[in-house]
Design a protein around this ligand. Structure first.
Ligand code: PGA
Length: 249
């Protein structure tokens, strides 16, 4: 069987929110607080232009710097608008979201793109946070496990212990709707079993839940079987909420 990771992981995702001045304020609000919590890894995926702005501060706070995307192209060159894995590395980026529902929906990204991104990230020691999850329609059609199977195909066979996996039902993202505890644990159990059959090292992959996590439900979510951490969108935008979540789990 697999070993549960020792550390809990709480990752925020700011999405396309905040300007430089908002980020400065965020840090000011955090200033007097004790934001270090034992045995918990904390990080935020910030908008790409602000990696530089938060880099030093995150280091001081012992938070992991994350990006929300990376180019599928590994070499430098004529790819207007793209940000390479080497550029992320230049800013000591620790993790990058891959396969987020919003990338699937608005940018038509698919498994072939995600596979390239995951491989470039792993080759450069940046942890991909692979996001998977079914839409409401897929859930209602009873296709959740089929969808998860398909989305997990992007995991590399060779080594994958540096991947982080986030189960985010699309219908739970930003909606206030939540799966039941039983649904979360059975989906994560299924994901773990599938990963074990795909790649070496998958017993060490932490499993996160994401979708409408907030201060009221975070602690309970962390107590669900197979949940090693949380991926938090909306509630990570409010510094004191995010801190309270970290402290509550
Ligand atoms: P939410 O977003 O916490 O606002 O539901 C989660 C996510 O998209 O990662």
């Amino acid at each position: 069987m697999y070993k549960t990771p020792d550390n809990k992981i709480i990752l925020g995702n700011w999405k396309m929110n905040k300007l430089a001045s908002d980020i400065q304020e965020y840090f000011v609000e955090l200033e007097p607080k004790d934001y270090k919590v034992k045995n918990t890894m904390v990080g935020i995926a910030v908008p790409l232009p602000y990696l530089y702005l938060v880099q030093e501060k995150f280091k001081q706070m012992d938070w992991l710097l994350g990006s929300q995307d990376v180019s599928q192209f590994s070499d430098s060159g004529a790819y207007t608008g793209e940000v390479s894995v080497a550029m992320l590395k230049d800013f000591d980026t620790s993790f990058t979201l891959v396969g987020h529902a919003e990338r699937r929906k608005y940018f038509n990204e698919n498994n072939s793109v995600f596979t390239k991104k995951i491989n470039h990230l792993l080759d450069n020691d940046i942890r991909p946070v692979l996001c998977v999850g079914e839409t409401l329609e897929e859930k209602n059609q009873g296709r959740t496990y089929q969808v998860l199977d398909q989305q997990l195909q992007v995991l590399p066979e060779k080594y994958c212990e540096n991947v982080i996996l986030a189960y985010e039902p699309v219908w739970a993202i930003g909606t206030g709707h939540m799966p039941t505890d039983e649904e979360i644990s059975s989906r994560l159990h299924y994901i773990r079993e599938r990963m074990l059959s795909i790649c070496v090292g998958s017993d060490k992959i932490p499993l996160l839940y994401g979708g409408s996590v907030n201060l009221d439900n975070a602690n309970k979510l962390m107590s669900i079987e197979h949940v090693n951490g949380l991926l938090i969108g909306g509630a990570s935008l409010v510094p004191l909420d995010f801190i309270k979540i970290i402290q509550s789990i």
